[in-house]
Design a binder for this molecule. Sequence first.
Ligand code: SIN
Length: 486
Amino acid sequence: MEFSIQDSQLLATKGLINGQWVDADDNSTVPVVNPATGEQLTDVANMGAAETRRAIEAASDALPGWSDLSAQKRSTLLEAWYDLVMENQDELAAILTAEQGKPLFEAKGEVAYGASYIKWFAEEARRVYGDIIPAAQPGRRNLVVKQPVGVVAAITPWNFPSAMLARKIAPALAAGCTIVCKPATETPLSALALVALAQKAGVPDGVINLVVGSRSADIGGEMTSNPIVRKLTFTGSTPVGKLLMKQCADTVKRTSMELGGNAPIIIFDDADLDQAIDGALVSKFRNSGQTCICSNRLLVQAGIYDRFIERLAEKVGQFRVGNGLEESTTHGPLVSEKAVTGVKALVDSAVADGARVVIGGDSGEQGSCFFQPTILADATPAMGVFKEEIFGPVAPVFRFESDDEAIALANDTEFGLAAYLYTNNLKRIWKVSEALEYGMVGVNETAISSEVIPFGGVKESGQGREGSKYGLDDYLETKLICLGGL
Ligand code: SIN
């Protein structure tokens, strides 16, 4: 609680275009507020389409120089950035908690998680290999080379303001692309601090540009319509993702979309109950339930249903909800009052339809952005909590009898990001994992995220993969060079 954001060396409030920190053209600003206290932390430049256009032009001017650097040099600069992020982990975490609300230990974890992508892609930058394909005709050779897609635009969310930005900028830079980023209106400070450190690490002017503010439609409109931008990468809601994809169609941009989820966690009778409860707690209540891969629907087999709920409630009762800057806090606020209203409406409607509140059930006493960690028993597929991404600390628990019923329930959604199952039966592990229509499946594990895995979804949860050896592909074009007359 001693942390004062105004004293932070990493506090930046202007946008970054071509290495210059700049105000909005009309000098307007937008406030950044701590959701735990309602306190205004600072205000940042409120930029729009014209500033975004200049940022894109700066990225375009910087592209030849950056893509011509050796992979070794780009890698070294990314390593230097990684070192600075880790040296400033505590301060970056405090900024993150102040603007986003998550507890300090989670914020520290997020900063390290984001940094791990920078390090990973610093390493992967040096492993962009091509191919030689035997020709169908004599006297020819077919070479396949990988080239950067060009100028990238990135739009990132408020729930992981540091990590989601790092996992887009790092592969883009590793591949030889330059980038223009727009962080969420609610949480620009983490992004500004991260990019300031990249600048300090020696990343050349124009390679990373950042536009900030609340004119998201104007900024997004410029990013998606400007022909210079060759790729858009977005993490956020499915409706916004669909809109951006439509807008990108006119200039046929590549897109990577990490969109909404409605993750099931299936707990079978034969599961190790302690392990399953720990997994459900971590997954459901991480970031107060504001994670795309949070368990949204807890599907529990009939034989252990009551015991599971009783033991889960005991643990949830031990949570300490409060200001994330206080060491004792285990769970912070939601991002806004609007978010609380949405979560409350889902809970109230489930209760009206017959769900039973085991614990929680209402907004919190700590402030207007808080919601009590909640467990709803007797939830059914007819309820909104089954269909919608809750994005709050609410665990609806559904009962099922058979494997086939669990699979059908799990797949009964337009989303397909992450799914989890707990069982000790090997045959069931294979059967269920393969039947789940999801991009990521955790078996007896919910903490699946890391820089080494391909993060991404199927169906309306998106396209493309972030992290892992597959993550660079999204930022590379595959080009054929056919040598003839040999
Ligand atoms: C997300 O909410 O989509 C990010 C979660 C993660 O990377 O673990």
